[in-house]
Design a protein. Structure first.
Length: 186
């Protein structure tokens, strides 16, 4: 004998309702999602009864209401979107002008505005504090091509290869730019 359907719902509607309820429970239930290669989060430490009060944060420099990470992120996307003047203004508002990420994107924006010599200075400063930044090396290589120095661009290509290999994106991008430069020069 078949089960009697719930009053007011046909079997197909009841099945659909159960599917929706399961999907909602799955979507909004507690869960941990990690990207491939992410380490699992550390277990929370129990709070000690004699916990010290956290020190108050230092006041922001230059009247900025954004943290340097946020400033970098905004400046990065402005620069990549072609708003180079806006990116320069944003990035120059960062409290830590010695941050190699900030220096790299200031250099990128300057280079895109045609101020290549000035950009090279920012790239070199970023690499002085963090020589492993292959993206900075890729941008520096492009700057060297813009000032007709393919030999120096190839030096940056070799540095990228020695640090990350020839399969990395920065290596590939600079190879493409060097090949394009050589086709136009040849």
């Amino acid at each position: 004998m078949r089960n009697a359907p719930a009053p007011g719902l046909r079997p197909r509607a009841r099945w659909g309702l159960m599917c929706v309820a399961a999907a909602v429970a799955f979507a909004f239930g507690p869960q941990t999602v990690l990207a491939a290669g992410d380490p699992p989060p550390a277990a929370p430490r129990p709070k000690s009864p004699k916990a010290k009060a956290k020190p108050k944060p230092k006041p922001k420099e230059k009247g900025s209401s954004l943290k340097d990470d946020q400033i970098y992120s905004l400046g990065y996307w402005q620069a990549k979107g072609g708003a180079w003047d806006a990116a320069l203004a944003t990035l120059r508002s960062a409290g830590n002008q010695a941050d190699p990420r900030i220096q790299t994107m200031i250099g990128y924006s300057l280079r895109k505005l045609g101020r290549v010599e000035e950009a090279v200075g920012y790239y070199l400063a970023a690499l002085a504090s963090d020589p492993a930044r292959t993206t900075t090396r890729e941008y520096l290589g492009e700057a060297y091509l813009q000032i007709n120095r393919p030999d120096m661009a190839k030096e940056q290509l070799a540095e990228i290869a020695s640090r990350r290999g020839s399969a990395c994106e920065d290596y590939r991008l600079l190879v493409d730019e060097i090949e394009k430069f050589e086709r136009q020069a040849g």
